[in-house]
Write a protein that binds this ligand. Structure first.
Ligand code: PLP
Length: 449
């Protein structure tokens, strides 16, 4: 990248011109198809058709049922159960597999908070295992090291869009008699050896919130091939306790976990979801093409390594992770990224979020005060206080790979979403290249601090 032009020779951080001032285009997947689908639901007057008692409408109205059938067909799974969010889906999944107070559930520290809080809702204890340094999903060796006689399940996360290490984790689960819940909120449309992410475990969950690949505003879907788990999930979604007594036959296993909630999806969301699902494959393809284009260019920058894809898998690229080498750059990652941010513009309609090139992801979850103070329900320390024999630690240093990625080596960004043109992608590359070429100026300003 030549630095002779005045635009490229002085960093925006130091008063030079920015590579880009125009906002990046928004990620917008809602079109006329969704509008027509919503109009039809409005005309029908039926915005929801769930009844929380034993009745044909216990399973929801025509749009909900059609959406679930379409989802199951698309992902080649026996049952799809719609809910009002992926958070609800996680909670329902933990209930359906019969997690009880005092059980331990192995979770990832590098994910959205609900993947780890779900066990708490049932009085169980989240145990954090470390993640893989290259793929960022739960590391099977660390999971195994955290299994005790109290462990009942593993919540794996297909983080940033990449499926977890299915073979190793599922083998571990089988060996120790554990259930696996796959949090696929970030990876619909990714595949592991030809099988859809989300369908790799006992239960999979997807998110349809507005910043996901496809969305219904808010929403989620659970999938499973297991008939009993599917029925338990449907019960938990819709006031199980009011229904089980009236149900004609016991096709839902035992009663543990069968206090229900209202996790129901509306007919409007289900109608939107059917249209969104038709767009998923095309949207994933664009993400993959954009990342391939960026990777080819960004890997020329010696301090950057765009993250690899696990062999045998495809990536859905909810985010695009990049690893940073501070020794090669001669400056800290945060300084480098701050300079890249200064060169670029935010995404239109999401201006308040700033430039969507970030250091780290969420802070390791066990750093949150919930875990540090162990006050999940009131001040008494439940569930931890009730199970002192559960030797849980949330100390700093617990998951060293996660902490290093978070504090030093991971960059992730969203400037590869459908809607960006090749010129837009070129601006992203130019910003990174410009900062690399001018890294010595950053080092000097760093040294002077
Ligand atoms: C990995 C993961 N799990 C769960 C969720 C929760 O999704 P929802 O907002 O649909 O509840 C999210 C949302 O960002 C997520 O990224």
């Amino acid at each position: 990248m030549p630095t002779s032009s005045p635009t490229l020779s002085k960093l925006a951080l130091h008063g030079g011109s920015k590579v880009r001032t125009k906002p990046f285009p928004p990620y917008k997947t809602i079109g006329d198809e969704e509008k027509t689908a919503v109009d039809q639901v409005m005309d029908s007057g039926i915005l929801s058709r769930f009844l929380g008692c034993w009745h044909d409408d216990f399973y929801g109205g025509p749009q909900v049922q059609a959406f679930e059938q379409a989802w199951a067909k698309h992902f080649q799974v026996k049952h799809a159960i719609s809910v009002n969010s992926a958070t609800s889906a996680l909670y329902a999944a933990i209930g359906a597999i019969g997690i009880e107070p005092g059980d331990e559930v192995v979770v990832s520290p590098y994910t959205m908070s609900a993947s780890a809080t779900a066990p708490l809702v049932y009085g169980a204890i989240p145990i954090f295992a470390d993640i893989e340094p290259d793929y960022f999903c739960l590391d099977p060796a660390s999971v195994e090291a955290n299994i005790t006689s109290r462990t009942k399940a593993i919540v794996v996360v297909d983080i940033f869009g990449l499926p977890y290490d299915r073979d190793a984790i599922n083998d571990l689960a089988q060996k120790h008699g554990l259930k696996v819940i796959e949090d696929c909120a970030q990876a619909p449309g990714a595949y592991h050896q030809g099988k859809a992410a989300g369908t790799l475990a006992d239960i999979g969950i997807y998110s349809l919130n507005y910043h996901k690949h496809i969305h219904t505003g808010e929403g989620g879907v659970l999938v499973t091939d297991d008939d009993v788990l599917a029925e338990r999930l449907r019960l938990i979604r819709n006031h199980a306790e009011a229904v089980v007594d009236g149900k004609p036959e016991n096709d839902y296993g035992d009663l543990a976990g069968l206090v229900g909630f209202n996790y129901r999806m509306t007919e409007i969301e289900a109608a939107i979801g059917q249209e969104q699902l038709k767009k998923l494959d095309g949207l994933i393809q664009v993400r993959q093409d954009n990342v391939a284009y960026l990777t080819e260019k960004l890997q020329e920058i010696p301090c950057l390594t765009p993250a690899a894809t696990r062999p045998g898998c495809t990536h859905a690229y909810y985010q695009h992770p990049i690893l940073f080498d501070a020794e090669v750059a001669g400056v800290h990652r945060n300084t480098f990224v701050q300079a890249v941010q200064a060169e670029l513009a935010p995404i239109e309609l999401r201006e308040a979020e700033g430039v969507k090139v970030n250091v780290g992801y969420v802070k390791p979850l066990y750093w949150q005060s919930l875990y540090q103070t162990r006050q999940a329900f009131g001040k008494g320390g439940y569930p931890w206080s009730a199970y002192p024999e559960s030797k849980v630690s949330y100390e700093r240093g617990l998951c060293p790979i996660t902490e290093k990625l978070h504090l030093e080596t991971m960059i992730h960004h969203e400037l590869m979403r459908p809607g960006l043109s090749q010129e837009d992608l070129d601006d992203v590359v130019t910003a990174f290249s410009k900062v690399w070429e001018n890294r010595h100026a950053l080092k000097e300003s760093n040294d002077g601090q």
